[in-house]
Design a binder for this molecule. Structure first.
Ligand SMILES: *[C@@H]1O[C@H](CO)[C@@H](O)[C@H](O)[C@H]1NC(C)=O
Ligand SMILES: *[C@@H]1O[C@H](CO)[C@@H](O)[C@H](O)[C@H]1NC(C)=O
Ligand SMILES: *[C@@H]1O[C@H](CO)[C@@H](O)[C@H](O)[C@H]1NC(C)=O
Ligand SMILES: *[C@@H]1O[C@H](CO)[C@@H](O)[C@H](O)[C@H]1NC(C)=O
Ligand SMILES: *[C@@H]1O[C@H](CO)[C@@H](O)[C@H](O)[C@H]1NC(C)=O
Ligand SMILES: [Fe+2]
Length: 462
């Protein structure tokens, strides 16, 4: 009797082993993409009051997490550059002063775009802040991260390729309502999709800023530049790439020694986050290459155990869309990722979801023919989360059969949560929009590559 149970158990076990790796979700979804929400939608409403600040958003302002960049737009007049801020339960109001500018794009002229650094904040503290000082004042709040350290729990949200459709609104709503609350959002590129409109209609940059304000004003969004940020339009006389994006969205790149806002790094709680630029030069001798080469040795895994990389174009992607677009950057940088034991790489660009096994493909040297990905416990897991829900719709066609390196893939819109518990464990879950807020379509316990580099990845897709 006992032996029958054992045999049964072994049989079941081997079935699980065989089906392990390479799941293409059978989840049935509705296919039709949704259009952008009309400009008179509730989510795009201009806040009332004369010259009221709109499109309020914050991001980290230094390497350590003690500074915040507050940005907002005033439409009618320059207005005040000041941010008033104070610790919760403190009546001592502090002030910081920023700068504002307008820009032109073809025949569009922007409002006054304000950026203001707030520095020397205390860790793990709730701050309130006010913009629009002296005119229509609007008040928001944010939490600073805990002091950098190996065992401070911290939870990141993940969204990519959001756009401004009805599906985008669902994705953002699901992120906000997820019971595992994201404290900071890692955004993997392609923001407004304004460039899909005639003349790259930049009023769609404004509407996007108003749409996401309900989250971006209260928690930092860490920006990655995507191809839809290029706004490269020489026929319109707009030949400087990234113009609207750079005027509207600041990053703390200078603090990490970067010379462009598109690649930089930050520490936040237990994590060291490196943001890379898929659309800036990355070959040998380029500024990004030189910067990244010097960046890896700075990562101290005793201080920040979790090494996370963000980029727009994925290196490992088994959908037909954007297939192999990330290949040239992979060839340049993958050996560094393996050598430095990056824990996880998040990318967007492909409008679907995919998670890889821990694999690398770094043995090839032109003549040896070793060009297939192999299991590698020093390699990161690659996650494509470009499924925010923009107007281009889902990427549904996949390369068949599913490559061995692909652990789970599904063409549904959604968001993900990466929840760091301590130096050894992080819990990861991907949530498709069609399910309830707490339901995970794919999940996995991450074991830190330096502190707990065990093989067993205990993942599950459903
Ligand atoms: C910009 O030009 C387009 C046509 O080229 C026109 O439809 C649009 O109204 C113009 N916008 C402004 C703000 O002048
Ligand atoms: C967007 O989502 C919010 C929150 O769920 C909802 O209140 C709002 O009506 C939605 N707007 C549109 C245009 O779908
Ligand atoms: C790494 O960080 C730890 C903890 O903060 C510190 O004690 C150690 O000196 C650092 N190592 C280096 C090489 O800076
Ligand atoms: C997706 O696959 C279908 C069936 O093979 C094909 O007809 C269609 O053109 C493909 N679409 C794209 C965008 O590759
Ligand atoms: C780290 O977190 C995991 C998951 O919550 C837990 O099982 C483990 O015991 C923790 N490790 C330490 C040293 O607290
Ligand atoms: Fe993209």
């Amino acid at each position: 009797m006992d032996s029958v149970v054992v045999v049964l158990f072994m049989l079941l076990n081997s079935l699980v082993m065989f089906s392990n790796g390479g799941i293409t979700s059978k989840y049935v979804r509705k296919f039709e993409g949704t259009p952008d929400m009309p400009l008179d939608s509730d989510v795009f409403q201009v806040p009332c009051g004369y010259n009221a600040p709109q499109q309020v958003h914050i991001t980290q302002g230094d390497v350590e997490g003690k500074a915040v960049i507050v940005s907002w737009v005033t439409q009618e007049a320059t207005g005040s550059n000041t941010v008033l801020y104070w610790r919760e339960n403190s009546c001592k109001k502090l002030q910081a002063h920023g700068k504002s500018k307008t820009y032109k794009f073809y025949n569009y002229t922007s409002g006054h775009i304000h950026h203001c650094f707030i520095r020397n904040l205390e860790y793990d503290t709730k701050y309130h802040y006010v913009v629009g000082v002296g005119q229509t004042e609007r008040q928001f709040w944010f939490f600073t991260p805990p002091e950098i350290g190996p065992d401070v729990p911290y939870t990141f949200g993940l969204i990519g390729d959001l756009g401004q459709t009805f599906d985008s609104n669902l994705t953002l709503t699901h992120y906000e309502n997820n019971p595992t609350k994201g404290q900071t959002l890692l955004y993997v590129g392609d923001l407004s999709y304004a460039d899909t409109y005639p003349n790259h209609d930049n009023t769609r940059w404004d509407s996007w800023g108003r749409f996401v304000e309900r989250s971006t004003a209260y928690q930092p969004w860490i920006w990655t530049a995507g191809n839809h940020e290029l706004d490269f339009a020489p026929k319109l006389g707009e030949a400087k790439p990234f113009k609207p994006f750079t005027r509207r969205y600041r990053t703390p790149h200078k603090a990490s020694g970067s010379t462009e806002s598109f690649w930089y790094s930050i520490k936040r709680g237990p994590a060291y986050i490196i943001v890379l630029a898929s659309y800036s030069a990355y070959g040998k001798y380029t500024p990004q290459y030189t910067w990244l080469e010097e960046e890896f040795p700075k990562v101290n895994r005793t201080e920040t155990p979790w090494l996370i990389v963000l980029m727009h174009s994925p290196w490992y992607n088994s959908y037909d869309y954007h297939y192999m677009e990330g290949e040239t950057m992979r060839v340049m940088y993958e050996p560094w990722f393996v050598k430095n034991k990056v824990d996880v790489v998040f990318a967007g660009h492909v409008h679907a979801y995919e998670r890889s096994e821990r694999i690398s493909n770094i043995a090839y040297n032109v003549v040896n023919g070793l060009c297939s990905p192999v299991k590698d416990q020093s390699a990161p897991v690659y996650i494509t989360i470009g499924d925010g829900g923009n107007l281009e719709g889902l990427a549904t066609n996949m390369t068949e059969p599913q490559p061995k390196y692909s652990a789970f893939r599904e063409a549904s819109f959604g968001h993900a949560i990466f929840s760091i518990k301590n130096r050894t464990h992080a819990y990861y879950g991907w949530h498709r929009n069609q399910d309830g807020y707490a339901v995970k379509g794919d999940s996995m316990w991450f074991h830190n590559r330096v502190w707990h580099p065990i093989d067993k990845s205990s993942s599950s897709g459903s």
